[in-house]
Write a protein that binds this ligand. Structure first.
Ligand SMILES: N[C@@H](CCC(=O)N[C@@H](CS)C(=O)NCC(=O)O)C(=O)O
Length: 97
C-alpha cells in the first residue's frame, strides 16, 4: 500500500521526467509534480538539497531518492515498496513548491 508522500520536481521537456512519472503511475503511486520551468529559485534549492543538477528529482517522505535512474533501481531491488509503504514523518516540513 502506498502511504508515502511523493514529490517529483520536473521541467517541461524532460524525457527522464516522463519516464519517472510513468513508472510511478504504472505502480498506482500518487505524487505531486512541481514544475521547475521558469523557477530558478527551485532549481537552486534542488541543487543545494540533492547535489544533483538534473531533473527529475524525486522525494519520498522528504528524502531525496534521486532521479529516474535511481527510482528504477529502487524498484528493481524491491526497496521502493518499503519506502512507499511508510507514512510521512509527523511534523515534517513541506518541500518548496
Ligand atoms: N540520470 C538522470 C538523468 C536525468 C537527466 O539527464 N535529465 C535531463 C533532462 S531529461 C537534465 O536535467 N538535463 C540537464 C538540465 O536540464 O539542466 C535520471 O535518471 O534522472
Amino acid at each position: 500500500m502506498n502511504r508515502a508522500k511523493v514529490v517529483v520536481y520536473t521541467t517541461g521537456y524532460c524525457p527522464y521526467c516522463v519516464a519517472a512519472k510513468r513508472l510511478l503511475q504504472s505502480r498506482g503511486v500518487p505524487f505531486d509534480e512541481v514544475d521547475c520551468d521558469d523557477r530558478p529559485d527551485l532549481r537552486t534549492w534542488l541543487k543545494q538539497a540533492t547535489h544533483q543538477h538534473t531533473v527529475p528529482q524525486i522525494f519520498i517522505n522528504g528524502e531525496s531518492v534521486g532521479g529516474f535512474t535511481e527510482l528504477a533501481a529502487l524498484q528493481k531491488s524491491g526497496a521502493l515498496d518499503q519506502k512507499l509503504a511508510a507514512e510521512p514523518p509527523a511534523g515534517a516540513e513541506p518541500l518548496p513548491v
